[in-house]
Design a protein around this ligand. Sequence first.
Ligand SMILES: [Zn+2]
Ligand SMILES: [Zn+2]
Length: 241
Amino acid sequence: MKITFLGTNGWFNTHTGHSTCVMAETKDAYIILDAGGGFYKTHDLIKEDKPIFLLLTHLHMDHIEGLQVLPLFNFKQGMKILVEDSSMLDLQNIMRLPYMPAPKNLKMPTEIVPLSKAKNLPFKLEYLPLVHPVKTVGFRITAEDKILTFALDTGPCENLLKLSENADLMITECSFLPSKPMGNHHLTPEQAAQAAAEAKTKLLALIHFKADDYDTLEKLVAASVYFTKTFAPYDGDFLNL
Ligand SMILES: [Zn+2]
Ligand SMILES: [Zn+2]
């Protein structure tokens, strides 16, 4: 499984990165996780005709603002957009005029699918609700004998641990500065590290930094010291699991 970090910032796009988007490529599928500002970069990365799935954690704008580039895409296999059931209607209301063309008017076949109806996927998908002011789910993807966790935005919670248990790569958020929690709806780097350690994850990637507080790359690096196997990827970084 190849993981490419396309948007590693939280809240808004700055010189430290675009807002949230990660792509996991297996031999059977492209799995895009969130469609923040970095989403447009999938246009140049998707070269094969494997099925494309876009999994949305929630509908805060920094996770969906990239959807407005969908008219650019012309992948003949199309794209299935998977969203938590209770967010279906809100997503349909955003993906229409005057905001953007509706799915039926895009160049490629585009379908919005509620998570409960997403069956027969070419990977194992589990999801659980997280702690956030709006309905948000975290994902646990199993493919090619590897486990990838994508769990953001969230405060510390039991489901974060369940999703991350023994994961080969845990991608979670780091909105708050070290030792400065501003509520229980996001994580400090220490809280992310503690969850990674408790869940016995093999590797922790911190993304989704609160863009106004984490305004230098040095601060991103400094957030990575609390769990031995932690890194803060920049946009464009990739790794093979
Ligand atoms: Zn966010
Ligand atoms: Zn959010």
